[in-house]
Design a protein around this ligand. Structure first.
Ligand code: AMP
Ligand code: MG
Length: 487
């Protein structure tokens, strides 16, 4: 276990130089204080969890202090936003503080979000509000606990610094951890600004740091692109399987590591709704829940375009063709497990689609349905769940097919089935209303609810005594919360 001043830095991205990022110092927030820290994320840096309670912790992650070895930089990138190319983006309110190596030899970028203005701030104030920082923190750690690849969050630091959004709010900072902060938009920036040398430098950096095994392949860039396609297909399969809606799948919010990146107006589904739009500003529903699948491919094509200096168009096209079949295979595999199947049958896809249609028509709670399906024997579960469906006859017919399907697997041990299903079907989900309750309390200075919710979500598959209320469907007020991009 290390103390805060014992971290080992090696800032390789900063050394790429000024064409890739700009030196900027964090602008401190007033009266910095710990809102919440993640002991599991601290462990990634070998940090003693007790360090979070020290005054220097809030000073470091509130922008007041810096390690001598840190080299804070704002990265430049561009990207496609809602389908249109924006030639100039970049870290407008976040800084890569430095890169830390842990004792296992793993590499973690320390990125401080809400650290003040940079050359890429455009009209923005460089700040993040408490509400959005808490949402990013909770989502990162909740997704990780669900085994969904994501950036991590070390802590949220609150402050007295006022910031203006629709109303006056308080500034906060969130410390994000990721093995890399390189986005699809990084490659797009050097491609569209016609800087092949620098694009090659970026490519070589990314290959060496994050895809070293691809360097042994005859075409390293192609091998890397293939892996990016595979990882994103798997990531989006997990989003769809667990009802996670990202909300702003612009190419500047897509990680080359295929991990969930940049949290804005995201939401987990409460009622199942394939057409759900979590981003209040997404009028056309470009990033609706079911559109995430084709948008994943669209984004990979945008990356492919930027990689044409390195890879033939034919090879790029062929590799892009892997995305949908890979997505489908992963998704079906996950959903079979959520349904409690241990084998594969040809009709499983149809059985799943019929279920989702019934859930859609009746507005059935997506997460709780699967959890309850594993609570009891298939017969008992179906007879209990049928009351949630408007089309009871339709659900009964589905239930008969489901029971027959389970019976064909010949599993007699209900306890084993329950254990297996509960291990993939979470009881606790970061529902928007739960986040909102924690945010409301935090905005009035009480951080206990954020901490409690974080603890519950860190262990989503296990029933936690006394925490029943966190597993409930949203109350009426919490069903259709409007979350905007403004954060
Ligand atoms: P996002 O919607 O958070 O992915 O941000 C899109 C772009 O806007 C990124 O380049 C951000 O750095 C920038 N940005 C977002 N909010 C702010 C802000 N308050 N101040 C400056 N830049 C911002
Ligand atoms: Mg972003």
């Amino acid at each position: 276990m290390k103390a805060l001043d014992e971290l080992t830095f090696d800032n390789r991205f900063a050394r790429l130089g000024d064409a890739f990022s700009t030196h900027v110092l964090p602008e401190p927030i007033a009266a910095p204080r710990l809102v919440v820290a993640s002991p599991a994320a601290m462990a990634l840096l070998d940090l003693d969890p007790a360090e979070a309670e020290t005054p220097v912790f809030a000073e470091l992650f509130g922008g007041h202090k810096l390690w001598a070895e840190a080299e804070p930089r704002a990265m430049v990138y561009s990207g496609h936003q809602f389908g249109s190319y924006n030639p100039q983006l970049g870290d407008g309110r976040g800084l890569l503080l430095g890169e830390v190596y842990n004792e296992a030899g793993e590499h973690w970028d320390l990125h401080l979000k809400g650290a003040g203005q940079t050359p890429y701030s455009r009209m923005g104030d460089g700040r993040a509000v408490l509400r959005s920082s808490i949402r990013e923190f909770l989502a990162s750690e909740a997704l990780h606990a669900l085994n969904i690849p994501t950036t991590r969050a070390l802590c949220v630091i609150g402050s007295d610094t006022p910031v203006w959004r629709e109303k006056q709010e308080r500034a906060a900072m969130v410390l994000r951890l990721s093995p890399s902060h390189v986005r699809f938009g990084h490659f797009e920036f050097f491609y569209y600004t016609k800087r092949p040398e620098q694009q090659k430098e970026l490519g070589e950096h990314v290959l060496a740091m994050h895809f070293p095994h691809c360097l042994e392949q005859p075409e390293p860039y192609l091998a890397m692109f293939r892996e990016i396609v595979e990882r994103n297909a798997e990531l989006i399969a997990k989003w769809q399987a667990y009802g996670f809606c990202h909300g702003v799948m612009n190419t500047d919010n897509m990680s080359i590591l295929g991990i969930t990146f940049d949290f804005g107006p995201f939401a987990f589904l409460d009622d199942f709704d394939a057409h759900f739009i979590c981003n209040h500003s997404d009028d056309q529903g470009r990033y609706s829940f079911s559109n995430q699948v084709p948008i994943g491919q669209w984004n990979l094509s945008a990356l492919a375009q930027a990689l044409t200096p390195f890879i033939s168009v034919e090879a790029l096209r062929e590799t892009l063709g892997l995305y949908l079949p890979l997505f489908q295979a992963h998704y079906l595999d996950l959903m079979r497990r959520r349904l409690g199947f241990t084998t594969a049958e040809d009709d499983d896809q149809k059985l799943l689609e019929q279920l989702l249609q019934l859930m859609q028509n009746s507005g059935v709670d997506y997460s709780l349905f699967f959890r309850r399906l594993g609570d009891e024997s298939p017969e008992q579960a179906i007879s209990r769940l049928r009351d949630d469906f408007v089309d009871i006859k339709g659900f009964d017919a589905w239930g008969e097919r489901y029971i027959a399907r389970v019976t064909r697997e010949g599993e007699a041990d209900q306890a084993l089935r329950r254990e297996r299903m509960h291990a993939v079907n979470p009881l606790y989900i970061l529902r928007n209303y739960l986040a909102q309750k924690a945010i409301d309390a935090a905005e009035s200075g009480d951080y206990s609810e954020v901490r409690r919710l974080h603890a519950v979500l860190s262990n989503p598959f296990e029933e936690q005594p006394g925490m029943e209320s966190y597993a409930e469907r949203p109350p009426e007020w919490g069903k259709h919360l409007e979350i905007s991009c403004s954060s």
